[in-house]
Design a protein around this ligand. Structure first.
Ligand code: NI
Length: 255
């Protein structure tokens, strides 16, 4: 009964066996998946996946790394997509300063525009923030993100910063990195974050957990993530699966 809050099954990495893999999810204990889009093509592919598989839902939005050249017409396209059945959130959106491009001003412009879109459409946001903690927090505060709500996905910052996101009412997405031996900072953050604010994610096809690190990731690896969280929290695997499912349903307003 695992709830996968963040995967990219539209990715080319799944070109050969997408159908077989998705058809094996229920047997693998993965009963709900939210497919997250990152550019216009993946929005289209996400919509198609939500129509094909009863257990697949979607989020629509443009990843910061794909914001170069976006137009108002693209924003209207996202808005229309967000009104389709089974679309639960706007994402992934945010700031990524790991690469030098797109220019930070462009990333900020479209982060803000998509946050406002989420507010208007009354949908939560899926936030991607990499090497951009200060600007992400400053913008979220300025935009009153606490009135929008959502999740900070693939959390990679400190436990101190986690408090800031928690204070704004956000959930924290935890994925395969938490199983890595050198992920001391993230393990500390997960120890600190209350279980009722954590959601499970893979970011498939990226960031496979141990013992599959380096291979193509899929939601079938989520038990390794859940077990690691259970170990860090001193609770049971079953409890982690149950509570994070409830959290995900609240985050994505599925009640
Ligand atoms: Ni992602």
């Amino acid at each position: 009964m695992i709830f996968e809050t963040h995967a990219h099954f539209d990715d080319d990495a799944f070109k050969e066996d997408r159908d077989a893999l998705l058809s094996s999810m229920e047997e693998g204990g993965i009963t709900t998946i939210v497919n997250i889009s990152s550019d216009k093509k993946s929005i289209e592919d996400t919509l198609a996946l939500t129509r094909k598989y009863p257990f697949v839902y979607g989020a629509v939005g443009i990843h910061p790394c794909d914001t170069e050249g976006l137009t108002e017409a693209d924003l209207a396209y996202i808005r229309n997509a967000s009104r389709q059945d089974k679309i639960l959130a706007i994402g992934e959106i945010g700031l990524d300063y790991y690469w030098d491009e797109p220019d930070r001003a462009i990333q900020k412009k479209w982060f803000e525009a998509q946050m406002e879109l989420a507010r208007e459409e009354k949908l939560p946001v899926v936030i991607h923030s990499r090497d951009a903690a200060k600007d992400t927090v400053d913008m979220m505060k300025a935009l009153r993100a606490e009135d929008i709500g959502g999740v900070v996905h693939c959390y990679s910052y400190s436990k101190e910063l986690a408090k800031t996101f928690l204070d704004m009412g956000f959930y924290i997405g935890v994925g395969g990195v938490v199983t890595f031996k050198n992920a001391r900072k993230l393990k500390e953050a997960v120890e600190y974050i209350p279980l009722d604010r954590i959601v499970l994610e893979t970011d498939s096809p990226y960031l496979a957990p141990e013992p599959n690190r380096g291979k193509r990731n899929s939601s079938l690896n989520l038990p390794y993530v859940a077990q690691q969280i259970a170990d860090l929290k001193g609770t049971s695997y079953e409890e982690v699966v149950m509570v994070t499912r409830k959290n995900a349903e609240t985050l994505y307003r599925m009640g």
